[in-house]
Design a protein around this ligand. Structure first.
Ligand code: ADP
Ligand code: MG
Length: 618
């Protein structure tokens, strides 16, 4: 018997379980759903009308764990136990965040530099996945409370530049919070969906999504055609946002009231008080012309014009990023059809003006910039629920993916900017007779030697039946799913043995690092080609020496004394040249050895063929 669900809040019959859309932000998080009656996306609000849940977690001694506005109050009082900006730590190792560790007022553990970071609160340690799951759990509980129905399925958004490990970490956090994460969606894609861009299958558009939040700035250029969203380029600054506006105001005020920066850094309470007042002033100035307030019985004030002077340098920076994003996508401002504004900081009138001026067109800002991403996630959830079958999402891989081959060379299976979901495979073989296993190391990056790239995973395919070198056919296939998570499969085709792993990389990459790696691949291109040629020659020599000595072992008696000594001399010569790293001399020695062995190898081959032919009737 089928069960019919009735939504007590709306009184409507629920045919399907609700799938919620979640914007898991650095500063604020929120949930949206498609309203069962109006079929329009709406954000879920508490009775106080507030939809935003600050992405802050407080670990209290007696009070226990609190999330959101309750936790935000402790940012001042207990900075060491109040965790904010955990999104920055997702999928990261301590090495990845080392340079920015002063940003965090809580303790980020640095014992093992290459493993994923942990955060200490009280005497306990938490992974970013666990911390994010606490925020997601809070959102789930809220949603259930407001919707009066269990919520078990969600679509969660991430920045377009998030790599495999960051997406996987987000997915894991959802799982830990008791949510079945149906899809990880790019934030700019969600934002454009919220504006209805891309919902019509016949539409072909190129759009720019400008997202200025609390601590991060992202600009993404998307191409939408036939209901498919393709990320053409992303750019931005992971440490630029509304927080910088607040700091600029604080700096301005401490000058105004006559205290020094060192005095301020000693007095934590005062510094936090100023910070909160600065944010209040900033928000006020988005609709009014001047602000006045009090801090420690001193008056502070700020006009809109002063504020604009303070933040101009930051907004200028975002415009530079926009330029770069356009040139990466091979476009000019003229080819952008729509500009979508996302993030609380785009409420600042000057930001709107400068972005509009740069793109020379009217911007899309009719929706609440805090809500657009969540609204779009709800639309995506609805598509996944089967209510809009025509849409598909398409993204691209930011860096090439490949495996290590002999000599430490990078063999690319999936080139950078490949569209995902996608699949690629290639065949490899063994180097040694009877080799029973093969080590497969997966890398991400643009350099020719794997040591210059990032290792994502390593596994071995064992149980290959004994065969002569070169005979096994090991097919390695890469499959990237719609979430951007990589699955690597190795299969020996003759015997059918196979092994599959899902890549959960040890540590992630920031978009800064991606950029650095791309840049390095260009500046090192020439030397990389030389090294590759040398390594290939060395590899060829090693294999030749190996097979020749095998051959000699088996067939010594068929060779003349002259052939034998010439061969051994040539082998010695090649062996000695190997470590000298001169590609040309190695190649000459390879040719020489081949010249010497060719006559007797052919002779033996003929004999073997003759023998084999004798027994057969033609
Ligand atoms: P994130 O995506 O990083 O979680 P949000 O999009 O929620 O961030 O943006 C938060 C930022 O927006 C904060 O710095 C906040 O001060 C700022 N903000 C919110 N409302 C306004 C406003 N009316 N004017 C200016 N800035 C605002
Ligand atoms: Mg955001």
């Amino acid at each position: 018997m089928a069960k019919i669900g009735i939504n007590i809040a709306t009184g409507s019959i629920q045919q399907q379980e609700m799938i919620v859309g979640i914007d898991l932000g650095t500063t604020n998080s929120l949930v949206a759903v498609i309203h069962p009656d109006s079929k329009k996306p709406v954000v879920l609000k508490e009775f106080d009308g507030n939809a935003l849940v600050p992405s802050v977690i407080h670990f209290g001694e007696a009070a226990g764990i609190s999330v959101g506005d309750d936790a935000k109050k402790y940012l001042i009082k207990e900075p060491q136990n109040t965790i904010f900006s955990v999104k920055r730590l997702m999928g990261k190792s301590y090495n990845d965040v080392r340079n920015t560790s002063s940003f965090f007022t809580y303790k980020v553990i640095d014992d093992n530099t290459d493993s994923l970071v942990k955060v200490q609160a009280g005497d306990k340690f938490y992974s970013p996945v666990e911390l994010s799951s606490l925020i997601l759990k809070e959102l789930k509980t809220r949603a259930e409370h407001i919707l009066k129905t269990p919520v078990n399925k969600a679509v969660i958004t991430v920045p377009a530049y998030f790599n495999d490990s960051q997406r996987q970490a987000t997915r894991d956090a959802g799982k830990l919070a008791g949510l079945d994460v149906l899809r990880i969606v790019n934030e700019p894609t969600a934002a454009s969906l919220a504006y209805g861009i891309g919902l019509n299958k016949d539409e072909i558009k190129t759009i720019a999504v400008y997202d200025l939040g609390g601590g991060t700035f992202d600009i993404s250029v998307l191409r939408i055609a036939g209901g498919i969203f393709e990320v053409l380029s992303t750019n931005g600054d992971t440490y630029l946002g509304g927080d910088d506006f607040d700091s600029a105001i604080v700096k301005h005020w401490i000058f105004q009231i006559g205290i020094s920066e060192s005095e301020l850094s000693e007095n934590k309470n005062l510094s936090q008080e100023l910070r909160l007042l600065a944010e209040e002033a900033k928000i006020y100035l988005s609709s009014k012309d001047s602000f006045a307030g009090n801090v420690i019985d001193k008056k502070v004030h700020l006009s809109r014009i002063e504020f604009e002077q303070l933040i101009k340098q930051f907004v200028d920076k975002t415009i530079v990023c926009c330029k770069n994003a356009l040139s990466d996508a091979g476009l000019t401002v003229g080819s952008i059809d729509e500009i979508v504004m996302v993030g609380g900081s785009t409420r600042v009138p000057m930001v709107k003006k400068m972005v509009g001026d740069f793109f020379q067109r009217k911007i899309n800002d009719s929706l609440d910039p805090d809500e657009v991403v969540a609204l779009g996630a709800a639309i995506q959830a609805d598509i996944l629920a089967g209510n809009n079958k025509d849409l598909l999402l398409l993204d691209i891989t930011p860096l090439s993916l490949g495996i290590e081959t002999m000599g430490g060379l990078m063999d690319v299976l999936m080139a950078r900017n490949s569209k995902i979901p996608s699949k690629a495979s290639r065949q490899y073989t063994t180097q040694k007779d009877g080799q029973g296993s093969m080590r497969i190391a997966v890398y991400q990056g643009e350099r020719d030697l794997v040591k210059d790239n990032r290792k994502l995973a390593e596994f071995s395919l064992s149980g290959i039946p004994g065969m002569p070198a070169g005979l096994p056919k090991v097919e390695i296939s890469f499959l990237i799913n719609a979430d951007g998570i990589l699955q690597v499969k190795a299969k020996e085709l003759r015997s059918g043995v196979e092994q599959t792993i899902e890549v959960k990389p040890q540590y992630g990459l920031t978009d800064d690092e991606v950029e650095k790696m791309l840049f390095a691949s260009i500046t090192h291109a020439k030397e990389d080609i030389q090294i590759r040629a040398l390594v290939e020659a060395q590899t060829e020599a090693t294999i030749l020496l190996d097979t020749t000595s095998q051959f000699l072992k088996k067939n010594r008696s068929f060779l003349t004394a002259d052939e034998l000594s010439k061969t051994e001399n040539a082998m010695n010569e090649l062996t000695n040249l190997l470590p000298l790293a001169n590609k040309d001399s190695i190649q000459t020695a390879i040719e020489k050895l081949n010249e010497i062995s060719r006559p007797y190898a052919e002779r033996l081959m003929d004999e073997a063929v003759n023998k084999a032919m004798k027994g057969k009737v033609i």
